[in-house]
Design a protein around this ligand. Structure first.
Ligand code: AMP
Length: 272
């Protein structure tokens, strides 16, 4: 595996490897990330993963310095997964002094995570556009786990005619149903034991909706159950899959964010 940390070396690696399938990550890799590498491999292209904890997508209130980092462990996981190129840009090179351009995607960025974290998707879109340009990726793979992010990237690529094909990979879960996330490690034992209830409540609501219960009533009941169990639910909503606009009935995506034990949990499932 080539390990590359500056743009000059990346250019040389691109010449050597040719068109790539890229998996952008912020590191602290788990099996969810690794499944995206497997999806990238299925394209038949050489596989690249980027590791970059992107300061632009953290608000001043969120603790960028607390985000888990484990470069040695990550590189070993990438190597074991058969990754061909690890791209680890430095913050100063990514965002040089005087930087004055960012990408704002409206539509699917609005509401939900976009409302809770106002600068977040601008940071995500900007860094992903840069990563696509730096690597010249022919394909980029994103996790359905972050459904809104996935749709924001698809919208950006379509709107800007970026020459990259976006692929989604299904959410990888722990055996009890909790969606894997780099932040799960911050939960204490009691919160961790309770956390799968989010997914279970969503599944029950999704099933009820498909059986004919009004979406609003099913979601209200699910939210009440989660609140009673100790979750601080930020949103639980049925939305159109691509636009993230609220939907009154299926088909759609059930999306949720809830805080538990100081950790913001995100999840989503297909309904219909
Ligand atoms: P992150 O490192 O959290 O920025 O995530 C990097 C990529 O991995 C994003 O496309 C995420 O959506 C994806 N991802 C994170 N968790 C999971 C998961 N449990 N299953 C599948 N993909 C995931």
């Amino acid at each position: 595996m080539l390990i590359v940390r500056d743009l000059e070396d990346l250019r040389a690696a691109r010449v050597k490897l040719g068109p790539l399938a890229l998996v952008p990550t912020m590191g602290a890799l788990h099996d969810g990330h690794i499944s995206l590498l497997a999806a990238a491999r299925e394209t038949g292209l050489p596989v690249a993963a980027s590791i970059f904890v992107n300061p632009l997508q953290f608000s001043p209130k969120e603790d960028l310095s607390r985000y888990p980092r484990d470069e040695t462990g990550d590189l070993a996981r990438l190597e074991a997964a058969g990754c061909d190129l690890a791209w680890l840009p430095q913050v100063e090179a990514m965002y040089p002094l005087g930087r004055a351009t960012s990408i704002e995607v409206l539509g699917p960025s609005e509401g939900w995570e976009g409302a809770a974290r106002p600068e977040h998707f601008r940071g995500v879109a900007t860094v992903c556009a840069k990563l696509f340009n730096q690597t010249g990726a022919a394909v980029a793979v994103f996790g359905e786990k972050d459904w809104q992010q996935y749709q924001v990237i698809r919208r950006m690529v379509a709107d800007l005619d970026l020459p990259v094909r976006i692929i989604g990979g299904p959410t990888v879960r722990e055996s009890d149903g909790l969606a894997m996330s780099s932040r799960n490690r911050f939960m204490d034992e009691a919160s961790r034991a309770l956390a799968p209830l989010l997914h279970h409540a969503m599944q029950s609501a999704g099933t009820a909706i498909l059986r004919g219960t009004q979406a609003a009533a099913a979601l209200e009941a699910a939210q009440a159950g989660l609140t009673a169990a100790g979750f601080a639910v930020d949103y639980l909503a049925l939305v159109e899959a691509a636009t993230l606009r609220e939907a009154a009935a299926p088909p759609g995506r059930l999306i949720a964010a809830a805080k538990l034990g100081g950790v913001r949990l995100l999840d989503n499932i297909k309904v219909g």
